[in-house]
Design a protein around this ligand. Structure first.
Ligand code: GLN
Length: 531
């Protein structure tokens, strides 16, 4: 069996198609189906590695080292499964493949065209993750909004698939927005009608409409959408603002979206055990305790830049029965000498990953505050590198210590370019990426959190802890508690005599899931509670 659920978007972007796609995937997984989730990003970029977090949010990294859109992270967090490079397609990748084939003579003599060559390649890439994971149901989300020029070849490929496959093998869910006019307090369906018209113009009739709205939809509005968009009334599903994104599968199941889809796909409607999920959602929405956690970063204006981190804190909190109230602190605003005032009262501090020199000095102020005041500190990637620099400067007195990313001439390059990176000139997909194993020191905070001494975590960096300074840093109290399997690269440092100071070169936030939070985030939240 192989069935395809396509999720398109209308009216405007940012409606939460990713949450709806993830919810659909989860509801079928819980019914016992083998599900594959895939995101199509119509950008010409080959992958998300070169995209600006200010505009697109976090770059998520898969186990096999693909730099993807943050929706892939959302899929993993909902499904509690590892996805791979195949679960992410961009226009750039499609054209790249086709052009490579053209150059190698695969289409010799032919005129290479959008239809059929590009659309054939799209169809091949849509099939690929289903084949690789032997999935029965593929949920494929098409990024952007119907009507965008970039998404046209993708929608055309979907139209072809719908016609080539038996009718009950494809199902189209269209996610739209119903704006409310504040003056008349009226919900307007016209933009939805127009986006469906646009979709039909391409040859696709949606089978269900998920309507984003601020409050539950009156029956009359659902009827109107059903009538004008030619969708059965029970397939018009309201999607009002929710207290948490993890509530969405509960709501979609209440409205039986999965059963409507199962009917359309002519597959069995099985029981969907949501109890565990629902009780965690209850904890998220009615926390018993709260802690204040500061995330000190450069991109705090766009919270999506750190979405895996805020979600990982939420997951750990849900399991520890505490809510992490996140305070977003711009590292550029942390001024010398005033950090104590600005960070006062936080129960824990996280410094996330980042690139370039901007904001680094502010991050060092935050590390110093956490280190000297016994405030739980969790450093992630650049946050680990900052912990090392701060320690070198303020404990060992190497005032000019730095990373060579920001100061090539520093006499104390405590963070320096990885050997394998010294000749890299190309951007995109060229960092140390994806999963690597590390060995943990017995008895360390990290080993205690993981409950094991060998771990595998995802990376995305070019610079590393410089082994030339390791002995001196360790002798002064910065303990290396995790190294690469061969012992060469430093993966984790901890601070002697501090309640909870753990800084890691990898990105644990990428593997935290709603149902199974990351052990280090759990340990961090527990130590924040002890504050
Ligand atoms: N800029 C640092 C490096 O390349 C850290 C990267 C990160 O935080 N993801 O090593």
């Amino acid at each position: 069996m192989r069935k395809y659920i396509f999720v398109t978007g209308g009216v405007l972007s940012g409606l939460g198609k990713g949450v709806i796609s993830s919810s659909i995937g989860l509801l079928f997984k819980l019914q016992g189906y083998k599900v594959s989730l895939q995101k199509i990003d119509p950008y010409v970029n080959v992958d998300a590695g070169t995209m600006n977090p200010y505009e697109h949010g976090e770059v998520f990294v898969t186990r096999d080292g693909k730099e993807t859109d943050l929706d892939i992270g959302r899929y993993e967090r909902f499904l509690d499964e590892e996805l791979t490079a195949s679960n992410y397609i961009t226009t750039g990748q499609v054209y790249w493949n086709v052009i490579r084939k053209e150059r190698s003579g695969k289409y010799l003599g032919q005129t290479v065209q959008i239809i059929p060559h590009i659309t054939d390649e799209i169809k091949r890439l849509i099939e690929r993750p289903l084949e690789e994971s032997d999935a029965e149901i593929g949920v494929i989300e098409i990024g952007g909004t119907v009507g965008d020029i970039e998404s046209l070849p993708f929608l055309e490929a979907l139209r072809q698939m719908k016609d080539e496959l038996p009718r009950e093998d494809t199902f189209f869910v269209h996610v739209t927005l119903l704006p409310r006019l504040t003056t008349s307090d009226e919900l307007k369906t016209k933009p939805t009608q127009h986006s469906v018209k646009e979709l039909r113009g391409i040859g696709i009739q949606p089978n269900a409409i998920v309507a984003r709205c601020d409050k539950p939809l009156p029956e009359s509005v659902k009827q109107k959408i059903g009538l004008f968009c030619d969708v059965p009334l029970q397939n018009v599903i309201e999607d009002p603002d929710l207290p948490s994104i993890y509530h969405a599968p509960l709501l979609m199941s209440e409205h039986q979206l999965h059963h409507r889809i199962a009917e359309g796909l002519n597959i069995a409607k099985r029981e969907t055990p949501l109890q565990e999920w629902a009780s965690l959602v209850h904890r998220v929405e009615h926390p018993e305790r709260r802690v204040r956690i500061g995330i000190v970063g450069k991109y705090v204006e766009l919270r999506d830049s750190y979405i895996s981190i805020s979600e990982a804190l939420l997951h750990a909190g849900a399991h520890e029965n505490v809510h992490a109230d996140i305070e977003w602190i711009s590292s550029e605003d942390l001024s010398k000498g005033c950090a104590a005032e600005q960070l006062h009262g936080l129960h824990g501090i996280v410094i996330p990953g980042g690139f370039g020199h901007r904001g680094v000095e502010g991050k060092l102020e935050a590390v110093e505050y956490a280190r000297t005041n016994g405030v739980p500190y969790f450093g992630l990637c650049l946050g680990m590198q900052c912990a090392v620099i701060e320690f070198a400067r303020n404990v060992l007195g190497w005032k000019a210590a730095n990373t060579t990313e920001n100061d090539l001439d520093t006499p104390y390059p405590v963070i320096a370019l990885l050997e394998e990176q010294t000749h890299v000139t190309q951007k995109g997909g060229t960092m140390r990426l994806g999963v690597y194993e590390s060995a943990l020191a017995a008895g360390s905070i990290s080993a205690n959190c993981y409950g094991q001494e060998t771990i595998a975590e995802r990376h995305r960096h070019r610079y590393e802890f410089n082994p030339a300074f390791r002995d001196q840093l360790e002798a002064a109290g910065l303990r290396v508690t995790g190294t690469s399997a061969n012992g060469q690269l430093v993966e984790i440092v901890e601070l002697d005599g501090h309640p909870w100071f753990v800084a890691v070169q990898f990105h644990p936030e990428f593997t935290s899931r709603f149902l199974s939070p990351h052990p280090l985030f759990r340990g961090f939240i527990r130590s924040c509670l002890d504050q």
